[in-house]
Design a protein around this ligand. Sequence first.
Ligand code: ATP
Length: 306
Amino acid sequence: MTADRGGSITVRVPAKINLHLSIGDLRPDGYHDLVTVFQALDLYDDVQISPAARMSVTTIGATGVPTGLKNLAGKAAKLLATRTGAGGPVAIRIHKQIPVAGGMAGGSADAAATLVGCAALWDLDLTRQELGEIAGELGSDVPFALAGGTAVGTGRGEKIAPVLRAGNTQHWVLAVADGGLSTPEVFAELDRLRAVGEVPRVGPVDEVLAALVDGSAAALADVIGNDLQAAAISLQPGLRRTLHAASQEGALAAIVSGSGPTIAILCQDADHAAGLAVELAGRDVCRSVRVARGPVHGARVVPTPV
Ligand code: ATP
């Protein structure tokens, strides 16, 4: 892959939701084992990478995103250069559509896009597996953003395997909340809730895998779930209203996405999603509403806009 005219590479990378997120108990080393089923949705960040005199990371379309090496995209470029001994300073421009701190792994997506973009810009001969290993060092959700599709994640979520599924598309409405939730704080809240009482746990992942093979939205609606949901609601109680409104408006199912606060609402088909999105937008239960579909591809190079 060679760089476009002007020496820039642009990579488009999807958001994710978790169709299933089962969280083990807190381990002595402070981590949690988890089992998840990711799905990549057609809500994308575009990350443009250009050779530059010095390293920089800027974001367009969102506020409150760190710059430079505090941004996961900057970390990704640095780690790839260290691991391969290649490269030079790059300017990274992130065109953001994925909600920030929304439980949709936007930062991880930008890191994955940066790995793909820098590897192309620097003409590196790396396999997807080699890139995936570097991705896993950057964060639990980064390997999935590289891969896309629908996949099972184990370990901290970084060990991924594609799932067998019917070839149909799932249709979603995303209710984007005001403000964000910090993933470590949501995990800590789950530990706290579990220490003081019973917190419901999702069923076995096998049920979700079987529903994906079946392919019907109704079968999937019966089994999707998220162990972090109770903790996200405890920290942001207004999410209850959003979930309730989604159910009143005819959602097949609605769950908190990842660590929240975005709510992912499963619909029957594209028309159902479009109608539900309009109704939900009129109810003042979230900041904005998006229609999305999945699964879609992972991070990949697209033409750089002129
Ligand atoms: P996850 O579910 O992967 O923990 P999230 O989707 O809830 O993450 P992100 O959008 O990834 O949330 O942002 C989490 C935090 O990461 C933000 O508050 C921000 O400070 C930091 N961050 C670092 N790099 C980025 C980036 N490129 N885009 C967005 N946030 C970033």
